[in-house]
Structures are given as structure tokens and as C-alpha cells.
Write a protein that binds this ligand. Structure first.
Ligand SMILES: [Zn+2]
Ligand SMILES: [Zn+2]
Length: 82
């Protein structure tokens, strides 16, 4: 399984890859798509709290803008769609 941005394999022990919630379903290193590690972990966890992440292409497609607000205690405060 490769990151669709840098084409480098996902390695064990890293933060889990972030997967696009859009139709493409592509996976990326969270660093490659500027998603904080805490957010990546929540996205891949059992309880994502309805949090979704869309890749650049899908964002263009849906005209979505996502805002991650990560508090100091590593919980996600809010997410907004434009
Ligand atoms: Zn990558
Ligand atoms: Zn996508």
C-alpha cells in the first residue's frame, strides 16, 4: 500500500495513513497531506466522531474546506464545511 502523494510505502509503527472519505478512497501519509497526527489517529480509530477527511481532489470536487482544530489535549474540537 503506497501513499498516493509521495508513492512511498506505509511503514509499520507510523501514524496510520489517512484515507480520503470521498469517492477516490486514496490513502496518504498524514504528513504528506498536512493532517496532524492526532487527527490521523482519530480518523482511523473506532470512534471517529463523524470526522471525515477529503483529499485535495475530492475537496475540489465537492468544494469542501475542512478545518481541523486540535486542542492541546489532542482532542478534536471542531470541523466545518464551507
Ligand atoms: Zn506520503
Ligand atoms: Zn479523495
Amino acid at each position: 500500500m503506497f501513499c498516493r502523494r509521495c508513492w512511498i510505502d506505509f511503514r509499520a509503527g507510523e501514524h496510520p495513513p489517512v484515507e480520503c472519505s470521498g469517492p477516490c478512497g486514496r490513502r496518504f501519509h498524514h504528513r504528506c497531506v498536512l493532517v496532524p497526527g492526532e487527527v490521523a489517529r482519530v480518523l482511523r480509530g473506532q470512534d471517529s466522531g463523524g470526522l471525515e477527511w477529503y483529499c485535495h481532489n475530492c475537496r475540489q470536487l465537492y468544494r469542501l474546506q475542512l478545518y481541523f482544530e486540535v486542542a492541546t489535549d489532542c482532542t478534536i474540537r471542531g470541523i466545518s464545511y464551507l
